[in-house]
Write a protein of this length. Structure first.
Ligand code: ADP
Ligand code: ZN
Length: 729
């Protein structure tokens, strides 16, 4: 007998499924995608449960089943899991798995999208600055997708196209990819690589084609120094998964998902993988979803949202650069893609590989506790040496004001270029200068919506907020005292370093790589190609160049300001800085010739810098881990942040205090705050933070749930956002 009532989860910010009557003759199963009435309109939902019972006449009826294939149990469990873990409404978690095509219908022959040209708008409004902020990454997006993402009307986009700030681009439709060939000819692995690859293959749960025992899945940390050939190693596991007829998902931070990586995949497998990221348009997205669901696409290489693709038989999940903070983001649901990849792997009984040269402390601790296997490659591929790293003590260097390259680094760049080799100068700061101030009155240009300084961008001729995207023209006269030509740029950004490099090395070919530069992915691809082929002498770049890329002629890495990340009060700052500096210095000497790295610092004795120079990563990790354990910080304890925000400071603070009054933490739980959040004002909203620290054994989610339920309901424009496992604390 057919069930009478269907509990349907709707992809909106709702925590519970709604009940509908199942009309006679409609045979529904759990996971079915259905059309249902909701208020005055019809919408889409997924059958989360079915039950018998007197179908009360007051229940509205399911309209129809709308897809041949429902959502498989593991994906439904993932939605449940994420909602429970992050405390997001279940419907919001479902929305990530259902995400319908972002763009409307379009022609078969060509796809039209828009992207930023880099030109500054002639007139700036709140709506326009939102679009500029979203488009700043240079990605191509559908017009509607861009309007939706920016929260503006399509008219704003059209206005910006007319203004020359956005341009339309036509892309040829992507051809349907041929399947990757696991046995496509490729260079053989080295001995240690082979051993590592076999260790990964041994975990695959799908039985080998020729018979033999299957592995038991679980998580494996693949830890190898930069240049050890981790990619080639996990490619072997992917190849074996393809042979065994199961699907693989390779997750990468969006920024690392470059054409260069896809080319590498193509070289190994003789075909391009299905790529999934925010720049992929609606029709293509639908095709990939359908192919993954049908089991016809064996390998997806994707950004974090690829986690929610409806794989038919997922056998392997690889998380590359697993330590990347970019894996944790708020997409309506605030989740860490690496952690959710581990969950999905478990639910699908798939093997999971976490790859990194600098694993997160969480993952290392999991490996040390025996929860994850650990495969280590201490050496670079082909006997190449790791770069020699030296500190340049900036207290001893004579540098004129407004200049940032020390004489030592300048000489090293010149020597390197003289040998016909390339140098990379790294500064993890976009724009020209992080602060603009008036010499006459001391006025500093601050964002009107956020508690941050405006960053000067010379290419865009604007002062820009990196948090909300607010952009304004850099004025000729001080806005405060009216003095003309009194504004000074303070501190360096990559654009300023590029200017200094051009002045110091006028006959050298310099390329600047930063996410701000116009032209988007295609231009970036061309520039990376130029660097890889030796068509440039000096690269100046932000963290965009820190990872993933292979530049065979690059033998010198100069870090301009190693201290940038260390100043913040965030306990993760040391780990982050260490990882970033390891990654970027690891760009040197990946080709035939040995490399070196020079690190400009004012505190060479700082433990992070000292560990980097000595190459003693193990000791650094041990000390950091011990410090975390003593402080009861993750992964030794649990942490969550509640951010209370409102347009008025008082309202945010009052709600935070009201919550704190009813916190009633049980033994083992501590509630701190409310205190002003590290960024006290963002997009015009004042923010207060409550921190919850709990011992490991405590179910912090149930505590949070009870507490929030006890607390006052936020009124007016007050909002409470929950961040379980915040990345900065
Ligand atoms: P990692 O990701 O560990 O930093 P990569 O996978 O990028 O290292 O490999 C470093 C370099 O060595 C790349 O240029 C890669 O093409 C090369 N390489 C790695 N393994 C092999 C191999 N077995 N044969 C030939 N080249 C290899
Ligand atoms: Zn701002």
């Amino acid at each position: 007998m057919n069930a009478a009532i269907a509990d349907v989860l709707i992809p909106l910010a709702l925590d519970t499924a709604y009940s509908y009557a199942v009309p006679a003759g409609l045979d529904l199963a759990e996971g079915d995608v259905v059309q249902i009435p909701l208020g005055p309109r019809e919408t889409v939902g997924v059958v989360w449960g079915l039950r018998d019972g007197a179908a009360g006449s007051n229940l509205r009826k399911v309209t129809a089943r709308i897809a041949d294939e429902g959502m498989a149990p593991p994906l439904r469990r993932l939605v449940d899991w994420i909602a429970r873990y992050t405390l997001a409404p279940k419907g919001s978690a479902l929305a990530m798995a259902l995400r319908l095509p972002e763009d409307g219908p379009r022609t078969e022959t060509a796809k039209v999208g828009v992207r930023a040209t880099g030109a500054a708008p002639s007139r700036i409004t709140a709506a326009r600055s939102k679009v500029v902020a979203v488009a700043a990454d240079g990605a191509v997006r559908g017009k509607r997708a861009l309007a939706l993402e920016s929260g503006v009307s399509a008219g704003v986009i059209d206005g910006l196209i007319d203004d020359g700030v956005l341009e339309t681009v036509t892309l040829a439709p992507e051809r349907v990819a041929e399947p990757p060939d696991p046995d496509h000819p490729h260079p053989p692995l080295s001995g240690p690589q082979r051993t590592a690859a076999e260790a990964l293959i041994a975990t695959l749960t799908a039985p080998p084609a020729g018979g033999g025992p299957a592995g038991e899945g679980g998580v494996t940390l693949l830890e190898g120094v930069t240049g050890s050939g981790k990619t080639e190693i996990y490619f072997e596991a992917v190849a074996e998964a393809v042979r065994r007829g199961v699907q693989s998902l390779v997750l990468m931070p969006e920024i690392a998902l470059t054409a260069q990586f896809l080319d590498r995949f193509t070289a190994r497998f003789g075909a391009r993988p299905a790529a999934w990221h925010s720049g992929i348009g609606g029709r293509r997205r639908e095709r990939i979803r359908a192919g993954v669901l049908a089991g016809e696409i064996p390998v997806v290489v994707g950004a974090r949202s690829a986690l929610f693709l409806p794989f038919r038989h997922l056998g392997l999940v690889v998380v590359d650069e697993e330590h990347e903070a970019a894996y944790k983001q708020d997409d309506g649901v605030c989740y860490h893609a690496r952690d959710m990849a581990v969950v999905r792997g478990k639910l699908e009984n798939a093997a999971v590989v976490l790859a990194s040269a600098t694993p997160s402390i969480e993952t290392r601790v999991n490996a040390a506790r025996g929860r994850y296997r650990r495969v280590v490659l201490p050496e670079r591929f082909g006997g190449r040496r790791l770069p020699e790293i030296r500190a340049i003590d900036m207290r001893r260097e004579a540098i004129p004001r407004g200049r940032y390259l020390s004489p030592t680094l300048t000489a090293a760049v010149a020597e390197t270029n003289a040998r016909g080799e390339q140098a990379l100068l790294f500064l993890n700061r976009r724009g020209y200068a992080p602060l603009t101030l008036c010499r006459a009155c001391g006025h500093r240009y601050q964002c009107p919506n956020c508690s941050t300084w405006l960053v000067e961008h010379r290419f865009r001729r604007a002062l820009v907020c990196h948090h909300c995207g607010h952009a304004e023209r850099r004025p000729d006269a001080c806005a405060e005292c009216g003095t003309v030509d009194s504004l000074t740029a303070c501190g360096p950004g990559v654009e300023r370093i590029a200017e200094e490099v051009a002045a110091t090395f006028p006959d050298k070919r310099v390329i600047v790589l930063s996410s701000d530069f116009p032209g988007g992915a295609e231009r970036l691809r061309a520039e990376l190609q130029t660097v890889a082929e030796g068509g440039c002498d000096i690269v100046v770049g932000t963290q965009l160049v820190a990872k993933g890329h292979n530049f065979p002629l690059l033998t010198l890495v100069g870090v301009l300001d190693a201290d940038i990340g260390l100043a913040s009060g965030d306990p993760r700052a040391a780990e982050r800085t260490f990882q970033l500096l390891q990654q970027v210095t690891g760009r040197a000497g990946r080709g035939e010739k040995p490399g070196r790295a020079l690190v400009q610092t004012y505190q060479p004795e700082h433990p992070v810098i000292a560990a980097l120079i000595s190459g003693d990563a193990e000791r650094f990790y041990e000390e950091e881990t011990a410090a975390r354990e003593v402080a009861g910080l993750p992964p030794f304890g649990r942490l969550a942040a509640l951010i209370v925000s409102a347009a008025e400071r008082e309202a945010a603070e009052a709600h935070g205090q009201a919550l704190a009054r009813v916190a009633e933490p049980p033994p083992g739980v501590m509630v701190l705050g409310p205190a002003e959040a590290p960024l006290a004002l963002v997009r015009g909203r004042h923010r207060f933070r409550l921190l919850v620290k709990a011992e490991r054994e405590i179910d912090i989610q149930s505590y949070l749930r009870d507490w929030i339920a006890r607390g006052p309901k936020p009124r007016g424009n007050v909002r409470v956002a929950i961040d379980v496992d915040p990345q900065s604390f």
